[in-house]
Design a protein around this ligand. Structure first.
Ligand SMILES: [Ca+2]
Ligand SMILES: [Ca+2]
Length: 374
């Protein structure tokens, strides 16, 4: 080792010890907490700020204490992810590393360990200054009403309270009751056809996450196509839900079990809205004659009826603008086609007004052409 190298190492060592001696403990600084309910449903941003006249000690360990009946953060893992659960804020934190954790054996505690990764001069920690240094993202628990909750910032193991703050929380509205929603079924029966597709629709003004419902049908006439996983599907608003379709051989219904994982703050849910949420494909055992009918029902697992649909088999006599099947070509056919294009009624030979095998915007143009008499 050269003379100069030894000298610089010595000087560096001297600087380190001096710097450490000059730093103060966490309690010598002024800390604060602040909270902002975010626009994201049930999310709350909590900021930790510190006003320090001198550099913080080389390793700072602080803890945020929260009410676990109201708030949650991170996953079931004891570690918090930077970028998702927390982030460093401000220039003073640029060269500081932060480890976030929920210490094992504790509940309602987030521990933040701040340290500098620098091994050489300048080896100082959070420099003197004022303002936010860390942002934490808490989720408000399901079913908790909007209001306030108290957070506390302490040194490790609550040895000293650094700040106490009541913050405003934006609760998540409780889920709606599926029984109160407006359910319906849609489907088209073509005489002589060997299959049909049925849609389940719901109009709900509150979100929901869990529901078990059964689609009943005449099992002497229809049979659900197999495999279920390809023929009983949740769609659109419901597509991200946890889903299990089931069918007992010989029974006259298919059970759709829709659920969510409330453990995960970003749990999937069926947002308030209106439209198709499930599609089911059936085989028609004995093709039906024109005018024959069959009825399907949607019921909750406790047998509460939610919706019923009676379909009448209709003869297909070639492409026409009479989508509705009432023998007339008018504005109602246009409206019926819009329902198909909008996804609330299954496509069929009757919605293919121009007979090209597809139902699309050109069928709309075809109906308009025929209505205008050109
Ligand atoms: Ca019509
Ligand atoms: Ca077409």
């Amino acid at each position: 080792m050269s003379y100069a190298k030894i000298l610089s190492t010595l000087l560096g060592f001297l600087f380190l010890t001096t710097a450490a001696a000059l730093t103060a403990s966490e309690e010598d600084h002024s800390w604060s907490l602040s909270g902002t309910p975010s626009s994201e449903l049930g999310e709350n941003e909590i900021y930790i700020a510190v006003q320090n006249d001198t550099t913080l000690s080389t390793v700072v360990i602080i803890e945020v204490h929260y009410d676990t009946t109201v708030l949650m953060i991170g996953t079931s893992s004891p570690f918090l992810s930077e970028g998702t659960d927390f982030e460093r804020v401000g220039e003073r934190m640029d060269s500081i590393l932060v480890m976030g954790s929920k210490p094992l054996g504790t509940s309602g505690v987030v521990r933040l360990t701040l340290f500098s990764p620098a091994k050489t001069y300048p080896y100082y920690h959070v420099v003197a200054g004022t303002g936010d240094i860390i942002r934490l993202v808490f989720k408000v628990k399901l079913g908790v009403a909007s209001g306030t909750t108290t957070l506390q910032l302490t040194t490790m193991n609550s040895k000293a309270v650094l700040a106490t703050q009541e913050i405003e929380i934006q609760g998540m509205p409780a889920p709606g009751n599926p029984e109160d929603f407006n359910w319906s079924l849609s489907g088209i029966l073509v005489a002589g056809s060997q299959e049909t597709e049925i849609y389940v629709l719901v109009r709900n003004d509150l979100w929901f996450g869990n529901v078990v419902f059964d689609v009943f049908y005449d099992s002497t006439l229809l049979e659900i196509k197999q495999p279920l996983a390809d023929n009983v599907l949740l769609v659109s608003r419901a597509a991200a839900m946890n889903f299990t379709p089931s069918h007992e051989a010989g029974s006259n219904y298919v059970r759709l079990t829709v659920s969510t994982s409330e453990e995960d703050p970003a749990f999937p849910r069926i947002e308030a809205g209106s439209g198709t949420i499930a599609k089911l494909n059936f085989n028609i055992k004995t093709p039906m004659q024109s005018g024959e009918t069959t009825t399907l029902q949607v019921k909750l697992s406790d047998q509460t009826e939610l919706a019923s649909l009676t379909m009448t088999a209709r003869e297909f006599t070639g492409p026409s603008a009479d989508v509705s099947g009432d023998g007339k070509e008018d504005i109602f056919d246009l409206l019926d086609l819009l329902k198909v294009l909008g996804g609330s009624v299954p496509k069929s030979v009757f919605s293919d007004a121009n007979g090209d095998g597809k139902t699309d915007i050109f069928d709309l143009l075809e109906i308009l052409r025929q209505l205008s008499g050109k």
